[in-house]
Design a protein around this ligand. Structure first.
Ligand code: 5GP
Ligand code: ZN
Length: 113
């Protein structure tokens, strides 16, 4: 996708604080962190939202979670952490390239707002 912020971040056309990358997935610090540790984990494939994912994307979707778990260990989020996908504008999605938020480093409340 030519005009996608997260595709451009993945291609390093726009700078970010990259914390992980491999052939399928990349992860970087959120520019406006909502927790002391707030990372976004994205597929390299441009998928607009969870709703747009298909059976072909099953392995990628699992990988987003597994990378989050690895990063949580690396970032010493021992007290707990949360992974979140905001799906659609009504749920707060503002960038339309699928991404998993990894949030930690504070007491996370439940239920979320
Ligand atoms: P969403 O609201 O779609 O679930 O999450 C999008 C996230 O992307 C937000 O938390 C927002 O702070 C982050 N974000 C938006 N623009 C940029 C950017 O240019 N760089 C980085 N690192 N994060 C961004
Ligand atoms: Zn994209």
């Amino acid at each position: 996708m030519d005009d996608c912020l997260f595709c451009k971040i993945g291609e390093k056309k726009i700078p970010s604080k990259l914390v992980y990358e491999d052939a399928d997935v990349f992860a970087f610090e959120d520019i406006s962190p909502q927790a002391p540790s707030h990372v976004l984990i994205c597929p390299r494939k441009h998928v607009v939202s969870l709703t747009d994912a298909t059976a072909e994307d099953a392995a990628m979707l699992g990988k987003l979670q597994l990378v989050a778990a690895k990063l949580a260990v690396k970032r010493q989020l021992t007290a707990g952490y949360r992974t979140v996908v905001n799906n659609g504008r009504g749920a707060g999605q503002s960038v339309f390239h699928l991404h998993l938020h990894l949030l930690g480093g504070l007491d996370l409340r439940w239920p979320p707002g």
